[in-house]
Design a protein around this ligand. Structure first.
Ligand code: ATP
Length: 360
């Protein structure tokens, strides 16, 4: 059993509280990804799970056992870092077997495990090389292999792909996903990268300034973000936010006007009562604009830059002082133009109050 349980985990450095009481249940075999802006506490949380940082208060269980005071080596975890930390003077084979040899694991078993891992990661032909004779991707594979040979109950990854170029990142991302399917081991993964989070995770944990903002399956966070912060953090390119004001309220509904173009009005259902005059933010994802006259309101924008990618176009545009990104099928925006009118569908629009709380 390798489920993980964090109850009210707090971390203080000196007098400064960095993690403010994190609660999370990770199921056996689950792939959980921590995301959030720089400095929000992702790595600190992961390092507490690994045992590399003390837990100030709260309880951490791995496989049903409280491990707050258990040494890292005895927690049944293996960690892969963004710097590969391979031993430069050892061959790939020696790097892979090092930990097992140090623990006095029987030689035949060590050899079998190392061979098996090399096959899984397709590095068998690199076994006699030293780290400096490997490419970045190959080194990262060896680093992951070194974690796998230990047959841990839980893998922890701290931005393992951030030193790789774009193409290799994609390749390794797919490999890590395949590995998770193959091994079925619980994995916790820290990243800045949207796409890694969306594609790898069974569930994503979104952190902000030491608080967990939302936990959910990638598409649940995309479709149903808890607040403006999560809405802006999940999805690429980011959701557009346009300042608006409530001009009229009806039971269960609000009519809003955009600040940058007060002629643009949209009627949206709202769960909580809201007063006329309230300042709000309209949220709409780049991919959710529709053709003019087919939405619930039209929006005329000035095009700054149009990127034509063949299958789709990204339009970087402005409306008054506000900037937005619009993604449209290529055929709808081909050619050089200065302006574009697109439709806003109410069904795809989000609404947030001044504090970023979701109103719809
Ligand atoms: P990044 O994405 O930039 O790596 P992160 O979300 O992983 O950021 P952490 O590295 O966990 O963030 O850091 C969280 C906060 O804790 C930051 O404000 C950081 O400055 C602070 N911090 C981290 N380690 C220490 C330490 N040893 N002493 C004091 N403060 C620390």
């Amino acid at each position: 059993m390798a489920e993980l349980s964090l109850s009210n985990i707090v971390k203080r450095f000196g007098g400064f509280e960095i993690i403010h009481g994190a609660n999370l249940e990770v199921k056996d075999g689950e792939f959980v990804v921590f995301v959030g802006p720089s400095g929000c506490g992702k790595s600190t949380l992961l390092r507490m799970i690994a045992g590399l940082e003390d837990i100030t208060s709260g309880e951490l269980q791995i496989g049903g056992r409280v491990v707050n005071d258990v040494e890292p080596a005895d927690r049944g975890i293996a960690m892969v870092f963004q710097s590969y930390a391979l031993y430069p003077h050892l061959t790939v084979e020696e790097n892979l077997s090092f930990g097992l040899r140090m623990n006095g694991n029987p030689k035949a078993d060590t050899e079998r495990r190392v061979r098996h891992v090399a096959e899984i990661l397709q590095i068998t032909e690199l076994m006699k090389r030293r780290p400096k004779q490997l490419s970045g991707g190959q080194r990262q594979r060896v680093a992951i292999g070194r974690a796998i040979v230990r047959e841990p109950q839980v893998f922890l990854f701290d931005e393992p792909l951030s030193n790789l170029d774009a193409e290799l990142r994609v390749q390794m991302r797919v490999e890590i996903s395949r590995l998770h399917k193959q091994l079925g081991t619980t994995m916790i993964y820290v990243t800045h990268d949207q796409t890694e989070a969306m594609t790898l995770a069974d569930r994503i944990v979104v952190l902000r300034a030491g608080n967990i903002e939302q936990i959910g399956a990638p598409l649940d966070l995309y479709d149903d973000p808890a607040n403006q912060f999560v809405a802006g953090f999940v999805g690429s390119p980011k959701m557009n936010f346009l300042k608006a004001v409530v001009v009229e309220t009806q039971p269960g509904r609000a009519v809003i006007a955009l600040e940058s173009d007060t002629k643009t009005r949209l009627t949206l259902p709202v769960a909580d009562p809201i007063e006329a005059g309230a300042k709000v933010t309209l949220g709409i994802r780049p991919e959710h604009f529709v053709d003019a006259d087919t939405g619930d309101a039209d929006l005329a924008v000035t095009i700054d830059v149009a990127e034509h990618l063949g299958n789709t176009s990204y339009i970087y545009a402005t409306i008054g002082p506000e900037q937005l990104i619009i993604e449209r099928p290529e055929s709808r925006v081909a050619g050089n133009r200065d302006t574009l009118t697109v439709g806003l569908p109410a069904s795809r629009s989000f609404l947030f109050d001044g504090a970023g709380k979701r109103l719809r």
